[in-house]
Structure formats: C-alpha cells, structure tokens
Design a protein around this ligand. Structure first.
Ligand SMILES: Nc1nc2c(ncn2[C@@H]2O[C@H](COP(=O)(O)OP(=O)(O)OP(=O)(O)O)[C@@H](O)[C@H]2O)c(=O)[nH]1
Length: 351
C-alpha cells in the first residue's frame, strides 16, 4: 500500500443502496469529528428543487451535487467540487455520500487517475478538469447495507427502475459489496440473525479483505471508519482478484458455516445453444452468486456474472490465442451439490 503525502486530504466514500442508512451513518460520524475540519459532498440523484446549478452549497461544510451520479455523469463536477474545497479551505477530511445506485469503483478511480486517464472532458464553458493526484487520496470505500432488505433485493428479477444502465438489483448490490474496504451491516434491529450470518459469509467469500462492522442507525465509533488507510486500488473488484482471493480462501464445504463454494473448470468450449438450453430452467436455487469466464468457442472471452435470479453474459475482449481460451466459474451457495452443477454445465459443452 503506498503511503499518501502527509498534506494529502483523506477522502471517505459512503456507498450503499437506497435507504440503507448512509445519511444516518454520515450524521452520526459528523457528531464525532471534534475539532477536525471536515467537508461533506452529498450526491442526491433526482433531487428536485435544485435550480440550474448542479452544485449547491447547503451550509458551511456541505456541497450537494444533484441530477446525476458522481460515478458517471457528474465525475467532472465531483473533481471540480473537491478542487474548490481544497483551494478555499484547510481540510482534515472529506466525506462523500454517493447516491444509492452509485458504483464505488468509478468513484474511487476518479481520485486515483489523472483526468487524461479518466478521459473526462470538461463541459462547454467548464474549466479544465483538475488533477487532484497527490492532493487527496481515498482513505476507505464504505458500503452501508440494509441487512433486513439485502436478500429480498438481491433476489429480485427486475432491473432497477429508472437506471440508465438497466442493471439488476443483485448486480449493483454485488458491486457495492465486493468493492468496499469496510462494509457496515446496518439496520441490525430489523434483520434476522440468519440473514446477517449469510451476509457475513457472502462477504467473507467474495471480499475477504473487507472490514465488516454491524450497526443500528449507523452508531459506530468514528475510529473504525475514518483514517483507516484501508483503501488499496490494486485490490479492486477485478475478476482476477476475486478468483485469486477465492482460491486462497477456499475451504472445503464441510468446514464452512453457511455458504460454500464450488469451482467449475473446462477447456472444451460451451455450445451456445446447449448452454442456453441448460440455463432455461435457471441455476439451482441454492446458488446465490456465481462469476467467471466462459469460453463459447468464438475467440471472445465472455464474462459470466450471476446474482440472485439474474445472469448476465457479457463479452469482455478476446483471448490472446485460441489455446488460452477456458471456462472457469465460481459458484457460491448453500449445500451446493458439486456433481449436479458439473453435470449441468458439462452437458452444455461441445460434443
Ligand atoms: N430501524 C432502523 N431504521 C434505520 C436504521 N438506519 C437508518 N434507518 C432509517 O432508514 C431510513 C433511510 O435511512 P437513510 O440514512 O436516509 O438512508 P440512505 O442510505 O441515506 O438513503 P438514500 O439517500 O435514499 O439512498 C431513514 O428513515 C432512517 O431513519 C437502522 O439501523 N434501523
């Protein structure tokens, strides 16, 4: 982990689905900042009452970015807002609350790459996008989870209403869970203990380096969340990291409390029609998450990303050579039947 410049201001980013408790946690944190000079940037999506400007200073320490998402359309505005803060005051920390549908990875990237690398162009009349490298650094990406609503949302079959990218609920929740340095399992007062245990298992398997905290109404000591130095860009949610961690952490089924894992590997390509056929009935219900590469024999590496009741197959570039093409899928679920899963998939391979 690289050590940030001592003058560089730490940024803590709060992500988490709509209503998970981000604002509640943020407010609780702000009661504990003592004499520290903390600025807050809140990204409200679809807020009305905001006039022409996308950036509104609501009080001394808060800036609101509205009508867009800081992980996509408002990335330039986010960098400008932070630049303005740095040039007008001495700060000890910046806290950013993302919208509920914000993805953590692109937000973190905004502070780890130059504007050229980010390929963000200023809008008409806007000043050039500032380079903040060395002036700020991400201290931690925090995901707040509504522990009572997590699995019902995870298992929804529809896509998030109004989402420009038509992402499924599970896809976004997985992204938020897997790209986090700290996960706060909030609304503990409303959650079933079994759901909390299952959430802990899911995080332990898919994001083993995350610090997991439990809370009701975001009541947590600031020390556990601020100035942690936990962020490490190299440990992103990239598939390789996910698989590597999984290989490392793999424990035999019998030793795992709730969720177990199974890895399917094949060199023979899948037959797209057979695969389609095999999947028409869906994956066994006890599989709650699976991810990996599939080789459809077409020279293209295809990413398999399944959460709850949704499976997305996406092309993700070409194999370096046809010999390197392979399929490797990691399944996570309860009481997995490895033979049944292998049979289901083996039947879909080319004859
Ligand atoms: N019972 C219970 N309610 C909570 C808890 N944490 C937050 N809430 C309530 O849940 C609702 C949503 O909390 P917020 O903090 O606004 O959630 P948010 O993530 O900021 O929501 P968005 O900004 O809409 O994405 C509020 O009514 C909170 O008072 C908790 O631990 N238990």
């Amino acid at each position: 982990m690289s050590t940030p410049d001592s003058r560089s201001v730490p940024i803590t980013v709060l992500c988490g689905f709509l209503g998970a408790g981000k604002t509640t946690l943020l407010n609780h944190l702000l009661t504990q900042t003592g004499g520290q000079r903390v600025a807050v940037i809140v990204n409200e999506f679809g807020a009305v009452n905001i006039d022409a400007s996308l950036v509104v200073k609501t009080d001394e320490q808060t800036i609101e970015l509205s009508n867009g998402c800081i992980c996509c359309t408002l990335r330039g505005d986010l960098l400008h807002a932070v630049d303005d803060l740095l040039s007008t005051r001495d700060l000890d920390a910046i806290l950013i609350e993302s919208t509920g549908i914000g993805e953590p990875l692109p937000i973190a990237q905004s502070f780890c790459l130059t504007p050229e690398e980010l390929e963000i162009e200023p809008e008409d009349g806007q000043a050039p996008i500032p380079n903040l490298l060395g002036r700020v650094h991400v201290d931690a990406m925090i995901t707040v989870v509504d522990s009572a609503q997590f699995f019902p949302l995870w298992n929804r079959q529809d896509t998030i209403p109004g989402d420009d990218f038509e992402r499924g609920f599970g896809e976004l929740l997985a992204e938020q869970l897997e790209f986090a340095d700290i996960v706060v399992l909030n609304k503990l007062d409303l959650a079933e203990p079994d759901d909390v245990r299952q959430l802990r298992d899911l995080i332990r398997i898919t994001n083993p380096r995350a610090r997991v905290l439990e809370s009701t109404r975001g009541v947590l000591p600031a020390e556990a969340l601020l100035n942690t130095g936990l962020f490490d860009f190299d440990h992103s949610s990239q598939l390789d990291a996910w698989m590597a961690e999984l290989d490392k952490e793999h424990t035999p089924e019998s030793e795992t409390y709730g969720l177990g894992t199974h890895i399917f590997r094949a060199q023979t390509p899948f037959d797209p029609d057979r695969l389609n056929e095999a999947l028409t009935l869906g994956l066994p219900r006890n599989v709650i998450r699976s991810k990996g590469w599939v080789n459809l024999g077409n020279g293209v590496a295809t990413l398999w990303n399944h959460t709850g009741r949704q499976l997305a197959l996406e092309t993700a570039g070409e194999w370096l050579s046809p010999d390197e093409a392979f399929s490797e899928l990691v399944f996570i679920g309860h009481d997995l039947d490895p033979d049944a899963l292998d049979q289901l998939l083996n039947r879909a391979l080319r004859a």
